[in-house]
Write a protein that binds this ligand. Structure first.
Ligand SMILES: [Zn+2]
Length: 99
């Protein structure tokens, strides 16, 4: 994996951040093309019922540059960043936390 390799030379492009305030369809397509429509964690194919999820590498949801995004399957996305839509996992956790 070398997605982080050229990040240091891009400081002069900080104005471009304005362009990437929103995660648009075009940005998603760029990320998916780069990952060849596969989960960048487990390499599972993303299509149909396995909808791609987009994770912000630096944690900033206002930074939607393609290099700050990873395409993940819902399983890996849930593992990395538990969300409210991941209610199955959280309900399992609730069961185990009750003693
Ligand atoms: Zn995955």
């Amino acid at each position: 994996m070398s997605f982080f390799g050229n990040a240091s030379g891009n400081n002069s492009k900080s104005k471009n951040r304005e362009k990437y305030k929103e995660l648009t369809l075009g940005i998603k397509q760029t990320v998916l093309e780069r990952s060849k429509n596969r989960c960048q964690s487990c390499s599972k194919k993303l299509s149909g019922s396995n909808q791609p999820q987009f994770q912000h590498i630096n944690g900033s949801k206002k930074d939607n540059r393609p290099e700050n995004l990873r395409a993940l399957c819902s399983e890996c996305f849930g593992d990395n960043a538990p969300k409210e839509n991941n209610f199955v996992l959280s309900s399992i956790k609730n069961i185990f936390s009750k003693k």
